[in-house]
Design a protein around this ligand. Structure first.
Ligand SMILES: C[S@@+](CC[C@H](N)C(=O)[O-])C[C@H]1O[C@@H](n2cnc3c(N)ncnc32)[C@H](O)[C@@H]1O
Length: 359
């Protein structure tokens, strides 16, 4: 699939080109698919992870494979909108919270470098909730720094709004909190409004786990024997708290011995068919996400987590080897749910680009 497809449509008898999207930190393409389905033209995407690249190119087209640090601004085509879900590990609540002191945190600066050169009409940043409590090197809140950096960019600046969204408020069968920053170039004089929440209809696991057998990628990453010993003692809707003490792995016994000190963590959550699933993470470990099937003693399959992340069944993943299978959990867990991305993309299309010819 070649880039620069020059998508277009006809409005009032005039042909208008689709807004061109520059995608940084594209991953396997969850965010990009949501934007593509809303009518954006993916003109350039980049990611240095070979697993993400393989899935992206299989489904969405070409992707630049370099480390973004080595990509010159002039090598990137112009665009009307730039999206960036810059790496979240340094900001993650589960991570070490080095935040912007971590070199990956500084990848935010790479976004600024490219925005300064391109000055697209719209900027979309997506990140984990932990970003909101991360301090910048000078002690300011990172979220305030982002708003200020963008609002003063190149003397034109962006009007920036940001909000913490729960994906399940936008039709995604998953409670997943992510913060979105939307910046609209100030000369357009548009103040972006986040789309309203939609009712949570049919989002429980029972609604999405019935997958026809001809849908591909229905393989799962086996639990270790120690994890499996715990899983078999957890009922539907339960957690590690249901596991008899003698079946706990040693590190869990230590925590069980002093639940108050460890604040009673909810490891090995096994969501029931009547519940909305918890966040699917890149590591897919039962300690930190609801990855256990409600009624079968196994992890969710690749296709099941893809459904929880609202990838369509036609989106293809790669499961030729055990290494591929663990890699798919990583790229899917890293993705923005397609449906959430699509709702945000549609709001941007309606509020900023509708009827506009993007030259
Ligand atoms: C949170 S994921 C993005 C997921 C994506 N938005 C989606 O919806 O599928 C962040 C991505 O940044 C990529 N990345 C991290 N550092 C990078 C770098 N220096 N250059 C290029 N890509 C990088 C990672 O490989 C990872 O796929």
């Amino acid at each position: 699939m070649k880039r620069g497809s020059e998508m277009s449509k006809t409005v009032n008898n005039t042909t208008v080109k689709a807004p061109r999207l520059i995608s940084l930190f594209s991953g396997c393409g969850g965010l990009d698919l949501g934007f593509k389905n809303a009518g954006f033209d993916l003109v350039w995407a980049n990611d240095f992870d070979s697993d993400a690249q393989a899935v992206y190119s299989l489904n969405l087209g070409e992707i630049d494979r370099r480390d973004i640090l080595s990509v010159g601004e002039d090598e990137i085509p112009d665009g009307d909108i730039l999206t960036a879900g810059f790496p979240c590990q340094p900001f993650s609540n589960a991570g070490n919270r080095k935040g912007v002191h971590d070199s990956r945190g500084m990848l935010y600066k790479e976004c600024l470098r490219i925005i300064r050169n391109k000055m697209p009409k719209v900027i979309v940043f997506e990140n984990v909730r932990g970003l909101l409590s991360t301090k910048y090197v000078d002690g300011r809140n990172l979220a305030d720094v982002i708003v200020e950096d963008l609002s003063t960019m190149n003397d034109v600046g962006y009007d920036v709004v940001h909000r913490l969204l729960n994906a399940s408020d936008y039709g995604v069968p998953q409670n997943r909190h992510r913060v979105f920053f939307i910046g609209v170039r100030k000369d357009l004089e548009i103040s972006f409004k986040f789309p309203p929440k939609i009712p949570k209809h049919n989002l429980t696991l029972g609604n999405i786990l019935n997958i026809p057998s001809n849908v591909p990628n229905q393989v799962d990453w086996a639990f270790s024997p120690q994890a499996m010993d715990m899983v078999t003692h957890i009922p539907e809707g339960g957690s590690w708290k249901d596991v008899p003490y003698e079946h706990l792995a040693p590190r869990f016994k230590k925590i069980r011995d002093n639940m108050k000190k460890y604040r009673s963590p909810n490891f090995y959550r096994r969501f029931s068919r009547n519940e909305i699933c918890g966040t699917i993470t890149a590591s897919a470990q039962p300690e930190n996400c609801g990855i256990i099937h409600p009624t079968q003693n196994r992890r969710f399959s690749i296709r099941e987590i893809a459904r929880i992340q609202t990838f369509p069944d036609t989106f293809q993943f790669i499961d030729d080897s055990a290494k591929d299978i663990t890699a798919m959990y990583k790229v899917i867990g890293n993705a923005v749910p397609v449906q959430l991305a699509n709702i945000i993309a549609t709001a941007i299309m309606d509020q900023v680009f509708e009827g506009d010819c993007c030259q």
